[in-house]
Design a protein around this ligand. Structure first.
Ligand code: SRM
Ligand code: SF4
Length: 585
């Protein structure tokens, strides 16, 4: 496969303006300080908005209020989103309580668990921004490099039931995250202390250089058989390989995954990562650095829509990429080892690890933690954090694990779960428990349609169809996003919805339940009120015609509703093979 923009030589094109901005920013300072001090507006300049991303901060506005404020001659209702760096999604109860308080005091009263195992605050006003970031740091957490053209939060399977193995892979995730942090002291200077750190001597970024990466860079660690981190969607991935005794011996390394695309722009496409080779545990950090450095040097800095590692590999080939990485490593990667993924979802409810500790995984729709009239989730989790002596783990599916509960403490946690009706939160349909959405409206500036706010209705509509077909407890992955950027990883869902315009979605079918195959466009531009009419008959046929153990995504391919994606272009065109034919027995 080759993308059309590969024919243009990046070297002949002018650099993207963000490259000049980064180069001239004095290692990510720019005019952020000046813009924060400007009380004449609730926003910041466009240049500062690009640079604050490297500090984990996004400038946003409330899109629900845009029209009304424009008519009233007011500036947009500006606020900020702040995203934490939380390798492996692990945090303490004290940290939870600090974030819970900050959400009320400085943000919109909610905490958002993301698809990449971390927290976001939404609705932080400019006047509260410094206090928010500073307080996060006082809780011994940070927001460094949570966004921007750098390595982002490193994900890792939370796997509490295999605590020893988790300890080993979690350490690798943390080590990679720490090693790839920007070295600029700008973050601490701006948000943590009130003076220059280290006397303001000239700085250097030994790994990144002054212009950092061409684009964002994402790393994950998966522990088979769970592919909860969706390893094939990320720039760089590590598949944990264990020996017969369950001890970690190394990783299969994956490269070149990524999901973002733009509607109808054939040169943009989601891509499943390739397996590059095998590395030992000791080599993992070095491999991360060298993979990142090759992308730093060869990634496209002229066109941000073509700047992710997936395009570098697509254009130049995996063999070329491997030789560049190995040349920098000074050794060859090993041959990939056998592994098997069975699912991408979380395992809900109670599990117990060998050390006798218990862990409770709780379904949280869209990862949004708030109190409303019917469900005081935020209060409940605060009470649990006050009583809990273990830790919390955020999952890559926007859910939460109350982890490491000692046998003697379990009755207390069980009582709190019961008191707040969280013990029944997991009694949902197989569809709901495997459903995810991105944020979209009103905070996301790129949303073309609703996502988080539409998910409850969408799930209820399709749940009714599955239930009527006798499939209430069947696990089927459903994901929706408000635009094609792919934040809820919709192209890896058996049923994917991608916002096209208000109230209209592209529907994608046919991804593998274990996250190893992308789905394909089934129908474009479907209005909300036509979704059930289109999917209902497929669900009913699945109930009666599926083979033993056949997953919904596999069935939609066998039954001819979609053909598997084999070229990037496939992704943009709906090509049903034989939509009405009965599948072969
Ligand atoms: Fe994302 C941009 C939210 C995971 C691909 N993403 C955004 C922004 C910051 C919008 C913007 O640029 O103005 C969204 C903020 C919305 C808001 O109000 O909070 C946003 N992305 C999210 C989160 C919060 C979705 C969620 O509901 O959980 C996820 C935060 C992850 C984190 O903690 O770091 C989130 N974003 C993802 C993922 C999934 C993943 O990484 O596992 C993807 C697809 C994988 C990938 O990167 O290819 C993803 N986000 C994008 C893209 C497209 C990138 C591309 O290569 O084309 C954008 C747009 C961009 O970067 O220009 C984007
Ligand atoms: Fe926003 Fe699009 Fe990401 Fe959803 S997928 S959060 S609409 S950028």
């Amino acid at each position: 496969m080759s993308s059309t923009s590969a024919t243009a030589t990046p070297a002949q094109q002018p650099l993207h303006k963000n490259e000049l901005l980064k180069a001239g920013s004095n290692f990510l300072r720019g005019h952020i300080l000046r813009d924060l001090a400007d009380h004449s507006t609730g926003g910041i300049t466009e240049d500062s908005a690009q640079l604050t991303k490297f500090h984990g901060i996004y400038a946003q506005d409330d899109r629900d209020l845009r029209n009304e404020r424009r008519k009233a001659g007011l500036e947009k209702a500006f606020s900020f989103m702040a995203r934490l760096r939380l390798p492996g999604g692990v945090c303490t109860t004290a940290q939870w309580l600090a974030l819970d308080r900050l959400a009320d005091e400085c943000a919109n009263g909610t905490l958002k668990l993301t698809t990449r195992q971390t927290f976001q605050f939404h609705g932080v006003l400019k006047a509260n921004l410094w206090r928010t970031i500073n307080s996060v740091n006082r809780a011994l957490l940070d927001t460094i490099a949570a966004c921007g053209d750098v390595n982002r939060n490193v994900m890792c399977n939370p796997n509490p039931e295999r605590s020893e193995l988790h300890g080993e892979v979690y350490k690798v995730a943390r080590d990679i995250s720490t090693h790839l942090l920007p070295r600029s002291s700008a973050y601490h200077e701006l948000w943590v202390g009130d003076h220059l750190v280290g006397g303001g001597e000239p700085e250097a970024e030994p790994i990144y250089g002054a212009t950092y990466l061409p684009r964002k860079f994402k790393i994950v660690v998966a522990v088979p058989p769970s592919n909860d981190v969706d390893i094939f969607a990320h720039d760089l991935g590590y598949i944990a390989i264990t020996d017969a005794s369950g001890k970690l011996v190394g990783f299969n390394v994956t490269v070149g995954g990524g999901l973002g695309m733009s509607h109808n722009q054939l040169e943009t496409f989601p891509r499943i990562a390739d397996i590059l080779g095998f590395c030992t545990v000791e080599q993992a950090v070095d491999v991360a650095e060298k993979v990142l450095v090759v992308q730093r040097d060869y990634g496209d800095r002229t066109d941000r829509k073509h700047a992710r590692l997936k395009y570098t590999i697509e254009d130049r080939g995996l063999a070329w990429f491997r030789s560049e990485v190995e040349a920098r490593l000074g050794y060859r990667l090993g041959a990939p080892r056998a592994y098997q993924f069975t699912h991408t979802g979380d395992r809900y409810g109670w599990v117990r690890s060998h050390d006798g500790r218990s862990h409770f995984t709780l379904y949280i729709m869209s990862g949004r933690i708030r109190d409303d009239a019917h469900y005081a989730l935020k209060t409940a989790l605060r009470e649990i954090a006050l009583a809990h002596k273990g830790d919390f783990r955020l999952t890559a599916n926007q859910n939460l694990i109350i982890a490491n509960i000692a046998p003697s403490d379990r009755p207390t946690i069980e009582a709190l779960l019961r008191k707040h009706r969280l013990d029944t939160a997991n009694d949902a349909s197989g569809l709901k428990l495997n459903a995810m959405s991105c944020v979209a409206l009103p905070t996301c500036g790129l949303a073309l349609a609703e996502s988080e706010r539409y998910l409850p209705e969408l799930v209820a509509l399709l749940e009714a169809e599955f239930e009527a077909a006798g499939l209430r407890h069947d696990e089927v992955t459903l994901r929706i996003t408000g635009c094609p950027n792919g934040c809820g990883r919709p192209y890896l869902a058996e049923i994917g919805f991608v916002g096209k315009s208000p109230g209209k979605y592209n529907i994608y079918l046919g991804a593998a339940f274990n996250g190893s195959r992308l789905n394909t466009l089934f129908k474009a531009n479907v209005p909300e009120n036509e979704i059930v009419g289109l999917l209902g008959p497929i669900i009913r046929r699945y109930a009666t015609e599926r083979r033993e153990g056949e997953r919904f995504g596999d069935f939609t391919i066998r039954a001819g509703y979609v053909m598997p994606t084999s070229t990037p272009q496939d992704f943009h065109e709906a090509k049903a093979a034989k939509p009405t034919a009965a599948p072969a027995p």
